[in-house]
Design a protein around this ligand. Structure first.
Ligand SMILES: Nc1ncnc2c1ncn2[C@@H]1O[C@H](COP(=O)(O)OP(=O)(O)OP(=O)(O)O)[C@@H](O)[C@H]1O
Ligand SMILES: [Mg+2]
Length: 381
């Protein structure tokens, strides 16, 4: 078997799909390098707001392994949605279901001729991505979330456990045996919506009131004012996650908790321009199917990225949203929108026009209404 890749090589491959998020990419690359070298690796919890690239990162690892049979046969990878674990937990034996998925996947990779021992060996040393792990919080809005509690428990029975009872499927003989699942690597990811606000509240006017100190900022006019600069990474404590509904036992099974960064304008610009799965690529494909070449000028792309950066909670998804506003009026009749050479160029003026119009529309119910001096309702009217 060829030598396993170095973390730097893995990171270089992942960075073809994921922009920024250096810490998460590095952590993942080291974990994967160790995994592919047959070593045990501590589990990883990824926390990052919506659209910051968590699912993209998992997908990039899957693609990397799938594209290289020598790597794929070193490690079996599956991705599950935490909600599914919750549902399975309510029906009983969710851990077994997960092992079964790994075994099935290992069989696909190694072929039906591989011995059951070999398949079990492969399956129990696999990589398990649990996406949307925040959906299995133990309580929601003060109420216990039974499926979440059970799903966390189910994962606990698999993590670091050397004897998990497991009934083999019929094709493997159907016997019940104890399997060692301590070689599994779990990478769990979630947006943990509300966590940001909860921690912000704690350090401003909550339990740790005043912990976050305001800084003095001088604006363009020379006036000074105070601002609070809050970065979740600086303040997040284990207790915040317990309060969110991650049980202490569950959290203690993660060696690394990695926070993804909020994507800034420059990174959004790169995602727009280079992102292989970006909304721009999809639009270009659509227009190309009518023989129209959709182009976005540098300046226009930057304007779109800047607008998207105004909505940090949507992450890179905001790009799609802004792009849609610009492009959707042109989709009805692409040929008519293009010039005589079949090129449809989106320049910054077009973007600006759409954004200004939307801003006006957005405010029409209040400001414009008053400007137009609608008569104030009065008695008798
Ligand atoms: N860091 C990134 N690099 C490249 N593309 C990104 C990045 N972050 C997000 N995207 C793009 O934005 C879209 C949404 O990203 P993704 O699905 O990874 O978000 P997520 O963090 O899993 O969000 P959620 O918590 O809502 O599931 C994808 O289409 C992806 O192409
Ligand atoms: Mg996701």
């Amino acid at each position: 078997m060829s030598t396993p890749p170095a973390p730097t090589q893995i990171a270089a491959a992942l960075e073809k799909r994921i922009i920024g998020q250096q810490e998460a990419v590095r952590e993942m690359s080291v974990a994967l390098a160790k995994k592919l070298a047959g070593l045990n690796v501590g589990n990883i919890l990824l926390i990052g707001s919506s659209g910051s690239g968590k699912t993209t990162l998992m997908g990039a690892v899957e693609e990397l392994l799938a594209a290289n049979p020598a790597l794929a046969s070193r490690s079996t990878v599956i991705r599950v949605h935490a909600n599914v674990l919750g549902e399975e937990a309510e029906l009983g034996h969710p851990g077994e279901k997960l092992l079964m998925r790994l075994l099935d996947r290992a069989r696909q990779q190694l072929g039906a001729d591989a011995s059951v021992e070999r398949l079990l060996e492969q399956a129990t040393h696999g990589l398990v991505f649990v996406d949307e792990v925040d959906k299995i919080r133990s309580h929601v809005g003060g109420q216990p979330n039974i499926s979440g509690i059970r799903a966390q428990e189910a994962l606990l029975t698999l993590i670091e456990n050397e004897a998990v009872p497991f009934t083999l499927p019929d094709w493997a003989g159907g016997a019940t045996l104890n399997v060692d699942s301590s070689g599994l690597l779990f990478v769990c990811a979630g947006a943990f919506e509300g966590l940001y606000d909860a921690v912000y509240e704690r350090v401003t006017y909550g339990k740790d009131q005043g912990a976050l100190k305001p800084v003095t900022v001088v604006d363009e006019t020379g006036r000074a004012h105070e601002e609070l600069h809050f970065v979740l990474r600086d303040w997040l404590k284990h207790e915040d996650l317990f309060e969110y509904g991650v049980s202490p036992q569950f959290l203690s099974r993660f060696d690394a908790v990695v926070l993804l960064e909020a994507l800034g304008e420059d990174q959004l610009l790169r995602i727009l321009a280079e992102g292989t799965h970006s909304g721009l690529r999809q639009s270009q494909t659509y227009f190309a199917s009518f023989g129209v070449k959709l182009e976005v000028t540098q300046e226009a792309a930057r304007r779109i990225a800047r607008e998207a950066a105004r909505q940090p909670r949507l992450g890179a998804r905001a790009l799609k949203e802004v792009l849609r506003r610009v492009v959707s009026p042109l989709e009805y009749d692409p040929k008519a929108a293009a010039d005589s050479n079949g090129v449809l160029r989106i320049d910054v003026e077009r973007v600006e026009k759409v954004l200004t119009r939307d801003r006006k529309d957005g405010s029409s119910s209040t400001v414009a209404g008053w400007d137009q001096s609608f008569p104030t309702p009065s008695a008798g009217s």
